[in-house]
Write a protein of this length. Structure first.
Length: 133
């Protein structure tokens, strides 16, 4: 049944509608992955006190990612990717020197960084495609 639905969608949609649909589904998937990582952090992991500020910064980047996507802003997307790389490097750097490194789990934070960076890359590609098209 699902194949029939997709077949009808492809038959009656233009190229731009299909692109937007696939792009939106991919972006939503990244949003879900961020939510899953936040849920994992809240229930399964010990996060060092030092990473609370990082969480606040990731929240800001998450908001920027959503703005960049809906505004189709390539400059905002590039800045988002750079800021996310900086935070990811801070997390990795701190985790190497963390006094509680055996008890502090950073994988959810890194996963959130990866998702936000992917959102930035998707937003950038979309902005460029819309500008060219």
């Amino acid at each position: 049944a699902l194949r029939m639905i997709y077949k009808k969608i492809f038959e009656y949609s233009n190229e731009n509608d299909l692109f937007t649909s696939v792009e939106s589904r991919s972006f939503v998937k990244l949003l879900e992955e961020v939510a899953d990582s936040l849920h994992d952090m809240s229930t399964n992991f010990c996060i060092c006190q030092e990473f609370l500020e990082t969480l606040k910064n990731l929240k800001k980047l998450f908001e920027i990612a959503i703005d960049a996507y809906f505004k189709r802003d390539s400059i905002m997307s590039i800045n988002l990717i750079e800021m996310t790389n900086n935070i990811e490097n801070q997390i990795l750097s701190y985790s190497k020197n963390c006094p509680m490194k055996d008890n502090c789990e950073i994988s959810p934070l890194l996963e959130i960084c990866r998702c936000i960076k992917s959102m930035g890359e998707m937003s950038f590609n979309t902005a460029i495609c819309r500008d060219v098209g």
